[in-house]
Design a protein around this ligand. Structure first.
Ligand code: GYE
Length: 312
């Protein structure tokens, strides 16, 4: 039974909470791990979690949110596939007094009033870490970079590009010669990399690949190997997520570096939500997760082994 607190908040224990999670889909290993971690974190706390898979489509996310509102869930978690177009549906949630927590991606700043908090990494910083690693690694030698971008319109794609561009801005020897979306998937990463290799006369002029996630890089590595290139040796690789498969590639000498992103976005979100629901504690607008760089110097095989079980 819920009792009313001063200020009209319901004192509900976590056991009574039902959360609807509008998930993007399963485009990457990281995403699949996030889904699996959110289930186990919900279970730990006795929270009922309803996950709706949007199969990469914003319209499906909007439908899922409306359905969660109609069901009267206690809160909605949203991993927004793109940054814009959320205003009306989030206003509906707000009118129904259902708090919304963003997971892993942001929405446009104009929508700040429409959610309680966002659990995300600093994705501009991730791009900067990637760019700085590359600048340091190539030194003063000329370096033509090809870039595999994430989903068009996704905050993380925009930000990872921006951070990287900023980090290499003062290095006149480093140039992004081609940049295209691979939609965060292995298959598209491979396909786009094949087209880059073709356009670059077989790929010999490519010094480095920057991919906005590891899955696209795993696809790109495959494309390079099939074209007779040596990723990790002749072509430097830097990507983001730190999924187990990239550590396999680093251990094999076929990839160079990755920026880690925890798949546990739901845990901090559940904690913020229960504190808000039971004590009225308003969380900070941004709950930031850490980012760190891994290279071959970090015992990739050991990291690979340690990642198993963390949702991967
Ligand atoms: O890096 C990528 C996924 O939004 C942070 O989405 C997330 C990104 C992640 O598909 O692999």
């Amino acid at each position: 039974a819920a009792t009313m607190l001063a200020g009209g908040l319901n004192a509900a224990s976590a056991a009574e909470l039902t959360v609807g999670f509008s998930q993007i889909g399963s485009e990457s290993g990281w995403r699949a791990a996030e889904t699996s971690v959110s289930k186990s974190e919900a279970k730990k706390r006795n929270i009922t979690l309803k996950i709706a898979d949007a199969q990469q489509k914003q319209e499906n996310q909007i439908k899922a949110i409306r359905s969660f509102v109609a069901q009267g869930v206690d809160a909605i978690f949203l991993a927004p596939v793109v940054a814009s177009g959320w205003d009306s549906v989030l206003k509906e949630a707000k009118e129904a007094k259902i708090p919304v927590i963003l997971l892993d991606r942001d929405i446009d700043p104009a929508g700040k009033e429409l959610y309680l908090t966002a659990v995300t990494s600093d994705s501009v910083h991730e791009g900067e870490v990637a760019g700085k690693w590359l600048a340091k690694t190539v030194g003063s030698k000329p370096c033509n970079v090809v870039e595999l971008q994430g989903t068009v319109g996704a905050s993380v794609a925009t930000n990872r590009k921006k951070g990287f561009d900023t980090a290499i801005a003062s290095a006149s020897n480093i140039k992004v010669v081609r940049s295209q979306t691979g939609d965060f998937t292995r298959a598209k990463g491979k396909e786009v990399m094949e087209s880059f290799i073709k356009a670059e006369g077989g790929g010999k002029s490519i010094c480095a690949v920057y991919a906005h996630n590891d899955d696209m890089m795993v696809g790109a590595i495959q494309a390079m190997k099939e074209a007779g290139l040596k990723p990790g040796k002749d072509v430097l690789t830097i990507s983001i997520d730190a999924v187990p498969d990239i550590f396999k590639a680093i251990a094999a000498g076929e990839a160079n570096a990755t920026v880690e992103l925890t798949p546990d976005m739901a845990g901090p979100a559940f904690d913020a939500l229960t504190a808000y629901k039971s004590k009225g504690t308003v969380p900070p607008k941004w709950i930031q997760t850490e980012s760190r760089l891994y290279t071959a110097a970090d015992d990739p095989q050991k990291v690979y082994d340690s990642k198993k079980g963390l949702g991967y």
